[in-house]
Design a protein around this ligand. Structure first.
Ligand SMILES: Nc1ncnc2c1ncn2[C@@H]1O[C@H](COP(=O)(O)OP(=O)(O)OP(=O)(O)O)[C@@H](O)[C@H]1O
Length: 216
């Protein structure tokens, strides 16, 4: 099951409520675009969902969560750390197994950066770092993707390439996007967040960019 049905979602910082209480139910197969102005609560909502689904989802956080001192390979490999035995993960740190190297290089090839597999994450550009976090989420092979602005640092054609890949590989997704056109093109449902509440929830096919603009 990759959908979820969550109620009573709330988050506060320093005693100030920034999310909810709200309910969000997402069916398997839905692709939800989370939109809303900066500070509306999208990132907070994504991490709440991630906690509530017991961290089983594939997550692309806004800060990417890469380990700079490790090569791209190991940053991607981390997507599936919990699926392997400790001895296997420890050996991989020193000398990766050929089948994992093959799989991860193929993923990086799909993201147009196979030559970076042994480069430390610290030496990558912003857009390359973002693609490593996306590769890590793809490598996890979860049915549910939670992604926070996953293509914000990518040029137009690369953003489309990544959005197509995410649509193809994840059955269900919740993706925060500032680019309303991308949200309408790749998501089946748009959820608009305003002041920590759901202010819009409609199928994408019923919406135009002008319908979403009042949220900004
Ligand atoms: N760790 C934190 N400590 C205090 N306040 C926080 C923290 N994280 C988020 N907030 C506050 O919660 C509110 C929602 O933030 P959040 O990052 O969820 O918004 P967002 O919609 O994702 O914004 P953006 O589009 O800029 O990423 C903001 O007012 C923000 O200042």
């Amino acid at each position: 099951m990759s959908g979820f049905d969550l109620t009573g979602l709330t988050a506060s910082f320093d005693g100030e409520r920034v999310i909810g209480p709200l309910s969000l139910s997402v069916n398997e197969g839905e692709r939800v675009g989370l939109v809303g102005r900066s500070g509306a609560g999208k990132s907070t909502l994504i991490s709440l969902i991630h906690q509530q689904v017991n961290r089983t989802s594939s997550l692309v956080p806004q800060n990417l969560g890469l380990v700079n001192a490790l090569p791209v390979f190991h940053n991607v490999y981390m997507g599936r750390l919990d699926a392997n035995a400790t001895w296997y993960n420890t050996l991989t740190l020193i000398r990766p197994f050929a089948r994992d190297t093959r799989e991860i290089t193929m993923l990086l090839d799909e993201l147009a950066m196979p030559e970076k597999v042994w480069i430390p994450a610290a030496s990558l550009s912003g857009g390359q770092r973002q693609r490593v976090a996306i590769a890590r989420a793809l490598y996890r092979k979860s049915g549910l993707l939670l992604a926070d602005e996953p293509v914000s640092a990518l040029d137009g054609p690369t953003a489309h390439l990544v959005m197509k890949l995410l649509r193809e590989r994840f059955q269900t997704s919740v993706i925060a996007l500032h680019d309303v056109e991308l949200a309408l093109a790749y998501c089946t449902r748009i959820v608009g967040i305003q002041d920590g509440q759901i202010a819009l929830d409609e199928p994408s096919e019923k919406l135009t960019p002008a319908d979403i603009m009042p949220l900004y």
